[in-house]
Design a binder for this molecule. Structure first.
Ligand code: PLP
Length: 426
């Protein structure tokens, strides 16, 4: 296919008429499809069948150390749950606190705690004139939502396939002590599916921030979420690298089993240095007597160990892979060579990142909606919902069936082509 930009005006006008006709036919079908959020499909939730009955009798509810998980207590999580999370993250159980059912709560709470009480004895952020965060873009909308809620000034840092632009990160954190954090999704990033290179991780671990209370918010949400057996990304262990670099307290790592077991009822954890966990615990002391230990125990009994978890991830991949492939195939077939877009082909995670021609993303999402396809709002992948290029669109293929995704793909590429032809004809 020849790039649209090389087509004559007559050819483009004819193409537009043809696309409009096709679009009208699709619209008439009254579709109702949704590729807006990274929600596991019911078939994935079914994989965890058995967890709900794994504790069926009173005597099942005791942890290995004899703790009665039905009762109050054990602030940092039962030891076997800390170990399981530690094994997933390749850290020791002492580096892990298991919380409740969502890592986003821990992230929100960590920011809230920094505002209220400060970090490592530094001034609480609410007493400062300015607090800034670096935000690799495009990124996860809910991260940006948290910092926006607290009035943090967010600074865009461009992402590359190796991770954030580290020259920029190093320079900014060294120069400005108002920069207190950076949001990272280091593996199979949301939305590109990129994994930070070893060099990027080492550069993170060796940062020399002006602010003593600067922290890396390392959201390892997709740490074991591979799509293929033979094409897996590898991420260096940030906890280890920070220790080696003499910066053990610079990182908070977050994980959860939201996309391993149940997104509404998994277990989530904070992984960090002894000093950071102590500080988190001092705050938690006033917050809660102990999280849901029965759920922690259910997870350990159901999965048994890391092998059990990885086995489950393979089953997730078998369900997810055909979905990614279905929509990628339509995009490859229909858009390759037209020079109007680029998109990622991740080895894992939950998303595909799509970049349209500048100024087209909002129109494409609106056009797709007209034909019954709901997508993540254009701009959502940027702080303040402001994509300066108006070009990025996040695609979340996990929820619909592969057949629905093929149709969704057709609607999407039609919308992309129509908006792009219009733009070129302008
Ligand atoms: N972090 C990232 C990068 C995500 O994409 C998501 C969900 O889509 C979450 C966190 C939410 O995790 P949890 O369910 O543990 O709050």
């Amino acid at each position: 296919m020849k790039p649209y930009i090389e087509w004559t005006k007559e050819e483009l006008v004819a193409e537009k008429a043809r696309l409009e006709q096709e679009f009208a036919e699709v619209k008439a079908k009254g579709l109702n499809l949704n590729i807006s959020r990274g929600k596991p499909a019911a078939a994935q939730l079914d994989l965890t069948e058995g967890m709900l009955t794994v504790l069926s009798k009173n005597e099942d509810t005791f942890a290995e150390d004899g703790t009665d998980c039905r009762n109050y207590g054990v602030l940092t999580g039962i030891p076997e749950a800390r170990k399981l999370i530690g094994d997933i993250c390749e850290v020791s159980a002492e580096n892990v606190i298991v919380y409740g059912n969502a890592s986003l709560t821990i992230m929100f709470d960590t920011v809230a705690r920094s505002f209220l009480k400060g970090v490592a004895g530094c001034t609480p952020w609410n007493k400062l004139d300015k607090v800034k965060f670096l935000c690799p873009v495009p990124g996860y909308d809910r991260h940006f939502g948290v910092t926006e809620y607290f009035g943090v000034e967010m600074i865009n840092v461009p992402m590359t396939p190796e991770g954030p632009d580290m020259d920029m990160v190093e320079k900014l954190v060294a120069e400005d002590d108002a920069i207190k954090g950076i949001w990272c999704v280091p593996k199979y990033s949301n939305p590109q599916g990129y994994t930070y290179s070893d060099e990027t991780v080492r550069r993170f671990a060796n940062l020399k921030p002006a602010a003593k209370d600067f922290r890396i918010f390392w959201d390892n949400a997709y740490i074991i979420h591979h799509l293929y057996d033979d094409r897996q990304d590898h991420l260096l262990n940030i906890i280890e690298e920070c220790e080696k670099a003499g910066n053990p307290d610079m990182v908070y790592e977050f994980v959860s089993t939201s996309k391993v077991s149940y997104p509404g009822a998994g277990i989530a954890a904070l992984i960090s240095s002894e000093a950071n966990l102590k500080e988190a615990q001092e705050y938690m002391n006033f917050q809660i007597i102990g999280h849901d230990k029965l759920n922690q125990l259910r997870h350990v009994k159901f999965f048994q160990n890391l092998d059990g978890v990885m086995n489950q991830m393979k089953k997730h991949a078998e369900i997810l892979r055909p979905k990614f492939e279905a929509i990628l195939q339509v995009m490859d077939q229909e858009l390759s060579g037209l020079d109007i877009a680029s998109w990622t082909k991740p080895n894992g995670g939950y998303f595909i990142s799509f970049d349209a021609m500048e100024g087209c993303a909002k129109k494409i999402v609106a056009k797709a909606k007209e034909a019954g396809l709901t997508m993540t709002g254009a701009g959502a992948t940027y702080p303040y919902h402001n994509d300066p290029q108006d070009s990025n669109i996040r695609i979340a293929p996990s929820f619909p069936t592969p057949e629905e995704l093929e149709i969704a793909g057709q609607v999407f590429v039609l919308s992309v082509k129509l908006v792009s032809v219009d733009k070129i004809l302008e």
